[in-house]
Design a binder for this molecule. Structure first.
Ligand code: 3HC
Length: 687
C-alpha cells in the first residue's frame, strides 16, 4: 500500500489498482482530497494495473464538495481535472459506493465506467438545497444516464435515490453485499476485465437524450413547476436550462454553461445563506460543556398525556417510526375522539395506504389510567397550559413512571423548572416543545431546565433525530426561542392596522420577502381565538373574535374565505378595523413597503438579541434555525440574525432608533445589539 497523501492510498490487488480515500467525516472534496485523487489516478494509470477501483473508508463515499470552504474549489487540481483523468483512462474504472454519493461525489462516480453499490447506499445531487446546481458535470452526465425527465426530477428535488432503484434504472451496474463492498467490487472489476466489457463513458452516450431533442415541452413544464414550487430561488431554473443544454447541445457546451451557472449560483447571497443554514442546523445539536459521548437512554415505548390536537400530533411522530405509544386521557369520549382524529389525519395524508394507517394505529394504545405508563421510557405531557394542572400531572407521573424514564412537558411558555420541582427527579424532566400541527411542523425546541441532566438532554437530542425533527436547545424563559422572537412582530401588527395599513398590503410585503404567508393570513390560519393578548388590552384581533371571526376555521378573520379557503378582501373585517381605529383616535400614516419590512424583521432581530443576552439560546444561529423551522422564515435569507448581519448591525440599530422615536419604545435597541454594532461585530460566524 502506498500513501498518496494524508487521505489517499493506492494499493494493488492482483490486476486491480485500489484507490482508497479516507477523509473524515464525509470524504468531502477539499483541496487535499482532490490532490490525493488526482495524484492517485495518475499513479494508477501509470502502473501496470489493468483496472482501477475507487473506494472510500469511513461511513460514506464522497458526500460532495467541501461546503465549509467553497472558494477552495477554485484551486487546482479541480474536480474536473480528476474527471478528465477518469474519462481519458484506457482501462476500466469502477466506483464502489456505500453511505451517500452526493453532489461532487456522485459526479465523480458518474465518470467511472461502472458503479457498484451496497443496497443501503444513496446517490443524489442535493446541490439545490444549498442554492447551487451540480457544478462538476452532473447536469450533463445524469440526463445521459437516466434521460432528462428522471434527471430533472432528481436534480430539482435534490432527493437522493436508493441503490436498488439506481440499479433498476441503470445508474448502478451491480449491488454488492452490505458488508463486502470491496471484495464484491473487486470481483466485479475482474469480471469486466474477463469479459472485456466495453468502457461506458456517459459523456459520449446519446441514446437517452436524443429522444427529447427538439421537444421543448418537458423543459417548459419543469420551468413552470420550478417557478411555482421554488419561488424566488435562482438555482432550479438554471438546472432546467442546463439539462435542456444536455439534450440540445454538444457535451462540452453543456458543461461550459453548467460551470458558468454554478459559479453564479455559488456567488449568490441565496446560496451563502443556505450554506450558512446547513451548518447552523448541525451546530444546533451541539451543547458547549456537555461531553459529546454522553449516552442517550433507550426509548422503546412512549406515553403521551392528552389526546387533544397537540397530544395526538405528538403521538403520530412516534407511531410513524414504529414506536408504541400509550395515550392517556381523563374521559373515554375524549380518548375516542382523539384517536379518531389521528386516524382521520392518517387517512387524509398524501399517498396513505390503508395497511399503513392500520399498522400505525395498532401502535397507539389509549388508556384512562396513568398506571399504564409504568413501562414507558419517555412520557410527554400535552395537557392545557396551566401551571397548577401541569404540576399535578407531573406529581402523578413521578408516582407512575419507572426510574430513569424521561418526563417531558410540551409547555410553550410555562416555567419548566417549577414543573420539574413537582417531581422528585428534576434531572429527568425536560421540555419537548412541538409546534402545531406536531406531526407536520419540523421544529422541536428542547427545553433544558436548571436541573435537567446531560443524559436526559442527550436522549432528547437523539430522539429529535429519530423522529426527523430539526431540534434547537433552549433554556427556560417565557416563549422559549421561536414564539418569543416572533412575538413583538405579531404584536406590532395591531399598530400597522391603527396606522391604516390594509392587512393585504402588509401580508404582500412579507410574502414577497419569502415567508409562506404574511402575519394576517397566518393568524387567520392558526385561529384568531388561540392567541392571548396582554391582560386588560383590547386589540383588533380580540374585536374580530368577539364578532365571531375566528379565522379560517370559522367566520373568516382578517380576510373572508371561499370554499377552497382562498382569501378574499373582507368588507366586514375592514369595518371592524376602521371602527377600532377611529375610536382609538389613531391617525393614518404614510408607511412605505420598505418600512413595513424593516419594522417587522428588525423587531425579531432585536428580540433575538435579548434571547441571546439572557442565555435562552446558546448561539445566534440557533435562533435562525428555530425561526426558519417554526415560523417559515425564508431560508434564502438565512434567518433573522444572519439577515441582520448581512444588512449590517449598525444600520439595524440606526433604523430601530428612528422607529423608536416615531412609533414607540417597542423598538428600543437591545443592549447586546447596540454593543455588537458599536464594536463592528456580527451575531453569526461565517461558515
Ligand atoms: N462539506 C463539508 N462538511 C460536510 C459536508 C460537506 N459537503 N457534508 C457534511 N459535512 C460535515 C457536517 O457539517 C458534519 O460536521 P460536524 O460533525 O462538525 O457537525 C459532519 O460532516 C457530519 O455530517 P452530518 O452531521 O450531516 O452527518 P449525517 O451522517 O447525518 O449526514 C450527509 C451525512 C448525508 C453526507 C450529510 O452531511 C449531507 O447531506 N451533507 C451535504 C451533502 C451535499 O449537500 N453535497 C453537495 C455539496 S455541493 C457540491 O458537491 C457541488 C458540486 O456539484 C461541485
Amino acid at each position: 500500500m502506498t500513501a498518496i497523501n494524508a487521505v489517499t492510498d493506492l494499493s494493488l490487488d492482483g490486476e486491480v489498482a485500489v484507490l482508497t480515500l479516507n477523509s473524515p467525516p464525509v470524504n468531502a472534496l477539499s483541496l487535499t482530497v482532490r490532490e490525493g485523487l488526482f495524484e492517485g489516478f495518475k499513479q494508477a494509470l501509470a502502473s501496470s494495473a489493468r483496472a482501477i477501483l475507487l473506494i472510500c473508508d469511513g461511513p460514506t463515499f464522497i458526500a460532495g464538495a467541501d461546503i465549509s470552504n467553497l472558494a477552495d474549489m477554485l484551486k487546482d487540481p479541480s474536480i474536473e481535472d480528476i474527471q478528465k483523468l477518469m474519462d481519458g483512462a484506457d482501462r476500466p474504472v469502477v466506483a464502489a459506493i456505500h453511505g451517500t454519493a452526493l453532489g461532487g461525489g456522485l459526479e465523480i462516480a458518474l465518470c467511472a465506467n461502472f458503479r457498484v453499490a451496497v443496497p443501503s447506499a444513496k446517490l443524489g445531487l442535493p446541490e439545490v438545497n444549498l442554492g447551487l446546481l451540480p457544478g462538476a458535470g452532473g447536469t450533463q452526465r445524469l440526463p445521459r444516464a437516466l434521460g432528462p425527465q428522471k434527471a430533472l426530477e432528481m436534480i430539482t428535488s435534490g432527493k437522493p435515490m436508493r441503490a436498488p432503484e439506481a440499479l433498476a434504472l441503470g445508474l448502478v451496474d451491480e449491488l454488492a453485499a452490505e458488508d463486502a463492498l470491496r471484495a464484491d467490487a473487486l470481483t466485479f472489476a475482474r469480471k469486466v476485465l474477463a469479459e472485456a466489457r466495453p468502457l461506458v463513458r456517459l459523456r459520449n452516450r446519446e441514446d437517452k437524450v436524443a429522444a427529447f431533442r427538439g421537444k421543448p415541452e418537458l423543459f417548459e413544464a419543469f420551468r413552470a413547476s420550478t417557478a411555482k414550487n421554488f419561488r424566488g430561488q435562482l438555482a432550479p431554473g438554471w438546472i432546467v436550462e442546463c439539462v435542456e443544454a444536455a439534450v440540445e447541445k454538444p457535451f462540452e457546451d453543456g458543461l461550459a454553461l453548467e460551470k458558468q451557472r454554478f459559479f453564479q449560483a455559488a456567488m449568490s447571497p441565496q446560496s451563502a445563506a443556505r450554506r450558512y443554514y446547513f451548518f447552523a442546523e448541525r451546530n444546533a445539536q451541539k451543547v458547549p460543556g456537555a461531553p459529546a459521548e454522553t449516552a442517550a437512554r433507550k426509548i422503546a415505548r412512549v406515553g403521551v398525556i392528552g389526546a387533544g390536537a397537540m397530544g395526538g400530533g405528538i403521538a403520530m411522530n412516534f407511531a410513524n417510526i414504529g414506536v408504541p405509544v400509550t395515550i392517556i386521557e381523563m374521559k373515554p369520549e375524549a380518548l375516542a375522539h382523539g384517536l379518531s382524529v389521528i386516524r382521520g389525519n392518517y387517512e387524509r395524508s398524501r399517498g396513505a395506504r390503508p395497511e399503513e394507517t392500520e399498522k400505525r394505529m395498532s401502535l397507539l394504545q389509549g388508556s384512562l389510567d396513568m398506571a399504564d405508563l409504568k413501562d414507558c421510557d419517555l412520557v410527554i405531557e400535552a395537557v392545557f397550559e396551566n401551571l397548577e394542572v401541569k404540576k399535578q400531572v407531573f406529581g402523578k407521573l413521578d408516582q407512575a413512571c419507572k426510574p430513569g424514564a424521561v418526563l417531558a412537558s410540551n409547555t410553550s411558555f410555562l416555567n419548566l423548572n417549577e414543573i420539574a420541582a413537582a417531581t422528585g427527579r428534576p434531572q429527568d424532566v425536560i421540555g419537548l416543545h412541538f409546534f402545531s400541527p406536531a406531526q407536520v411542523m419540523p421544529l422541536l425546541e428542547i427545553v433544558r431546565g436548571d436541573k435537567t441532566s446531560p443524559e436526559t438532554l442527550a436522549t432528547a437530542i437523539e430522539l429529535g433525530k429519530r423522529i426527523r425533527k430539526t431540534t434547537v436547545i433552549s433554556r427556560v424563559g417565557p416563549g422559549f426561542i421561536a414564539n418569543r422572537v416572533a412575538s413583538p412582530r405579531l404584536a406590532e401588527i395591531n399598530s400597522f392596522l391603527l396606522e391604516g395599513l390594509p392587512p393585504a398590503r402588509v401580508d404582500k410585503v412579507l410574502y414577497e420577502f419569502g415567508f409562506p404567508m404574511g402575519p394576517f393570513a397566518m393568524l387567520d390560519l392558526v385561529g384568531l381565538d388561540v392567541i392571548a393578548d396582554p391582560p386588560g388590552q383590547e386589540t383588533i384581533r380580540s374585536r374580530m373574535v368577539a364578532a365571531g371571526r375566528r379565522g379560517q376555521k370559522g367566520g373568516g378573520g382578517f380576510y373572508d374565505y371561499d370554499a377552497q379557503r382562498n382569501p378574499q378582501p373582507s368588507p366586514a373585517a375592514d369595518s371592524i378595523i376602521e371602527d377600532f381605529r377611529a375610536a382609538a383616535g389613531a391617525a393614518i400614516k404614510e408607511v412605505s413597503d420598505e418600512e413595513i419590512l424593516e419594522r417587522s424583521l428588525y423587531l425579531e432581530v432585536n428580540e433575538g438579541a435579548k434571547v441571546l443576552e439572557e442565555g435562552i439560546a446558546i448561539r445566534a444561529s440557533d435562533i435562525d434555525v428555530a425561526m426558519i423551522n417554526g415560523y417559515g422564515w425564508p431560508v434564502d435569507h438565512g434567518g433573522p440574525m444572519y439577515y441582520a448581519d448581512q444588512i449590517g448591525l449598525d444600520k439595524v440599530v440606526a433604523k430601530l432608533k428612528e422607529f423608536e422615536l416615531k412609533y414607540g419604545p417597542q423598538y428600543r435597541p437591545a443592549p447586546r445589539l447596540e454593543r455588537l454594532a458599536a464594536e463592528g461585530q456580527k451575531f453569526t460566524a461565517k461558515p
